[in-house]
Design a binder for this molecule. Sequence first.
Ligand SMILES: [Zn+2]
Length: 71
Amino acid sequence: MIRQNKNHMNVEENMQTQEMECCVVCGITTDVPVDTPIENRKTYMECVGQLCPDCCWELYHTTDLRTRADV
Ligand SMILES: [Zn+2]
């Protein structure tokens, strides 16, 4: 009897080739994959673009723009 083990671990490879968004302010690479829907991005500002958490905090004093209260 031959038992085949088909537990391939190719997940790591996929994650490393994934493109990440860059912060529009400082240009740093964020941890947001480019294919992330806008509603799932914590630091994406409409009409501005993707921000890194640092710039987002600097500009808007929040690290999650989706929960930002209008002032
Ligand atoms: Zn930034």
